[in-house]
Design a protein around this ligand. Structure first.
Ligand SMILES: [Zn+2]
Length: 102
């Protein structure tokens, strides 16, 4: 479906690593994010005021008994993409300022 932009992992029984992904579906405008468990198909509604990471940790702990070694990391390619976009935005802002002052 969407692209996984962020992973939440925790270690459960037998040192097994469980992962919940945030998947971003760019087919929508604005895009939509989904929280999807990679192990049991859990995918809650995100129409809530609760923090997404808190929901992910809670699911990992409740459903998979995984509460150790919690780690949230951004998808590698997504992080790289942002490193390209940020400087580009900075350049655009500077160019705009120069343009407005002249
Ligand atoms: Zn699950």
């Amino acid at each position: 479906m969407g692209a996984a932009i962020r992973h939440f992992t925790a270690i459960g029984p037998g040192d097994r690593v469980f992962t919940v992904n945030i998947e971003r579906d760019f087919r929508y405008d604005p895009y939509r994010d989904f929280l999807v468990c990679a192990h049991c198909g859990w995918s809650p509604s995100l129409l809530t005021t609760r923090r997404i990471d808190a929901m992910a940790w809670e699911h990992l702990a409740d459903a998979h008994d995984a509460s150790r070694g919690r780690a949230g990391q951004e998808n590698e390619s997504f992080r790289r993409a942002r490193w390209v976009v940020l400087p580009l935005c900075a350049v655009l802002v500077v160019a705009l300022l120069v343009f407005l002052r002249s």
